[in-house]
Design a protein around this ligand. Structure first.
Ligand code: ATP
Ligand code: MG
Length: 608
């Protein structure tokens, strides 16, 4: 991502942004045209009033308004007729208001669809892109930040298109048309009317620039609060267990006060600005009224012109003041889209559609494999070699951090070895598609993950067409069935964040059942039975042997009892294979395996 932040200064990618709105542009054009229509109605009304006053009521001779007005009203009737039928003006003004309303409605309906569709497309693209990003990306990305980008930032863009864009077009139209009209009517009065507008615009522009910076400070203060909150809520057990409640509350209070200070400061600046700019806007309006009145009394302008100027000044000053805010909002929208683009610009895993999809038998060979994580030069695996045949079990023992989980991740090509090769049935892993490997290798991760769904759905996840009986059979194999039956809703019990909390061991067994449902030729347990008691551990392995038969199995465990029946056991130490053999030969070796065995021996007697 750092590479992307350097590119910040480059031009905004409008093309990429608008690509999300493909097929929706008619809606946008209609909505913008409706906005222009509604602005035109708003500006027509003062002209009608001006005509009524100057040309009908006062009959001032040469009309200041464009000739088209005269022609239009001429069609309805002459001055005498109009004087007798003043309701005509009321009806016309009412009609203009009605048209204004219709245009606004049309604008709203179209632009809402436009904005929503774009947001929908963005969320979909982001979601599917995130699914295809390499494992390494997700390892380093911060979930909270990603979630925020997919929700808040998308919403910022949606809001811009739904509300602010039309508002901007409307303000611009009002300002431009009003200014042009005023200059046509009377240059001197027009100059008075626009006298303070540059100051008004520039000052609000500066203000919103400043506020953007202040908003970032606010954002950061809020970010700190969320982090503290999140840590405390997820870690509430630790906080309580270590009796740190008071300390944490105090810590929270400090951050909360900081946020409060920032917010107060913000509102103070905001209040000052609005007050000052209101003062300026109303002084401007007062100037137009006073100068206009003097001019009208002196006979330099007509009464109708004065009325038009007063009304147009309002239509100039307030939109102009709002325009700066809208431009700042456009800036925020751009920042949001840049943040989305940072995700979208991340390279997905290389496509491997043209790679092989063989039916694996289960033979796996590591040939002098070296491995280091990307962005980290420390070697994690060094010269690891072994070979296991279909249906065999490979046990892996090793101290924490010795590279066991890393080795297992290479199997599914979540990462690639830096040296050496991995082969399945003699085929180099690099020639087999990742999709094929991930489908055929059941990986049960060290930290079990439970979706916020029912138990049934959780187990069925990898094979949606599995029958209820299949699911129950796998739950039986994983020794979970009986416990599930004791839940009130059985297999329909909701688990995860919004449901029942499962124990660590229950979660592990749930993920085991989920891995078994897909009858893979290769199955991998990364310490997946650590939270299960030894008795259950043994039962699960027995049940698997009965139902599995020829499944090639990798088992990482710290328990000798789990590993001892494996066809082959390797002991990893600092990324190297320190020992390798069967339970019997390793005991004779007098190495690490033997030492662990001696410590655990007491429990083993019955299992042997
Ligand atoms: N995503 C990662 N990026 C960089 N280094 C990592 C990453 N994951 C693990 N490591 C490092 O690789 C080494 C091996 O870690 P690994 O998770 O494979 O150990 P392990 O044998 O599974 O340990 P444990 O028994 O605690 O699960 C450790 O030094 C660890 O710090
Ligand atoms: Mg591990």
């Amino acid at each position: 991502m750092s590479e992307n932040s350097e590119k910040k200064k480059t031009r905004f990618a409008w093309g990429e942004l608008f690509a999300f709105y493909r097929g929706e542009f008619t809606r946008l054009y209609v909505s913008l045209a409706a906005t222009l229509g509604s602005s035109a109605m708003v500006l027509l009304i003062p002209l009608v009033v001006g005509y009524l006053v100057d040309d009908v009521l006062l009959n001032q001779g040469a009309s200041v308004l464009p000739a088209i007005f005269g022609r239009f009203f001429g069609h309805i009737g002459d001055r005498a007729y109009l004087l007798q039928n003043l309701w005509v003006f009321g009806a016309i003004i009412l009609g203009l208001y009605a048209l204004d309303g219709m245009f606004s409605y049309l604008n709203n309906a179209r632009i809402t669809r436009f904005a929503e569709t774009g947001a929908l497309n963005m969320r979909l693209r982001l979601f599917s892109h995130l699914q295809r990003l390499p494992f390494a990306y997700h390892k380093q990305a911060q979930t909270g930040d990603l979630v925020q980008r997919c929700t808040t930032d998308v919403d910022q863009i949606r809001r811009f298109f739904q509300m602010q864009l039309s508002e901007m077009v409307r303000c611009l139209a009002l300002v431009v048309i009003a200014t042009v009209m005023m200059f046509r009517l009377d240059t001197k009065m027009a100059l008075v009317a626009i006298a303070s507008t540059p100051i008004l615009f520039v000052s609000s522009w500066i203000y919103f620039k400043k506020r953007r910076y202040a908003f970032r400070v606010w954002d950061e203060a809020e970010g700190v609060i969320s982090t503290v909150l999140q840590e405390n809520i997820t870690g509430v057990r630790v906080v309580r267990a270590f009796d740190r409640t008071d300390f944490e509350i105090e810590k929270f209070a400090v951050h909360n006060n900081a946020l409060n200070r920032v917010a107060k400061e913000q509102f103070r600046i905001m209040g000052d600005f609005w007050m000052a700019s209101d003062l300026l806007a109303f002084s401007q309006l007062a100037a137009v009224i006073i100068v206009g009145a003097i001019e009208a009394i002196d006979g330099n302008i007509s009464l109708g012109t004065l009325l038009i100027f007063i009304s147009y000044s309002e239509n100039l000053i307030f939109p102009l003041r709002g325009l700066a805010r809208l431009l700042a909002d456009a800036g925020k929208m751009q920042i949001s889209f840049d943040r989305l683009k940072e995700i979208l610009d991340e390279k997905p895993e290389p496509g491997d559609e043209d790679l092989l999809d063989p039916v694996l038998k289960g033979q796996v060979e590591f040939d002098r494999v070296d491995f280091a994580y990307p962005d980290d030069p420390r070697p994690v695996l060094k010269d690891v070699s072994f070979d296991i045949r279909p249906g065999q079990t490979l046990g892996i023992l090793g101290p924490t951090g010795s590279g066991k989980s890393s080795l297992l991740q290479l199997l599914q090509r979540l990462y690639e070895p830096t040296n050496g090769s991995i082969r399945f049935d003699g085929i180099p892993a690099t020639e087999i598609s990742r999709e094929s490997l991930r489908r055929q290798i059941g990986l049960i991760l060290q930290e079990p993950f439970v979706y916020s769904r029912t138990i049934m759905e959780n187990i069925r996840m990898p094979r949606p067409q599995a029958s209820d009986t299949d699911v129950k059979n796998q739950a039986k194999t994983a020794r979970l069935h009986r416990e599930i039956q004791q839940f009130e809703d059985g297999y329909e019990t909701m688990v995860g964040e919004r449901g029942v909390t499962l124990s660590g061991g229950q979660k592990q067994r749930l993920t085991i059942a989920r891995a078994l449902i897909r009858t893979c030729p290769i199955i991998v347990f990364d310490d997946s039975l650590s939270a299960v008691d030894m008795e259950t551990d043994r039962e699960i392995r027995r049940a698997m042997r009965r139902s599995g038969g020829s499944i090639t199995t990798f088992i990482v465990s710290h328990r000798i009892s789990t590993l001892m029946h494996a066809d082959r056991i390797i002991v990893l130490s600092e990324g190297k294979v320190a020992e390798s053999g069967t339970h019997g030969t390793l005991l004779e070796n007098n190495g690490l395996y033997r030492r662990v065995y001696d410590i655990q021996r007491a429990y083993l007697e019955e299992d042997a």
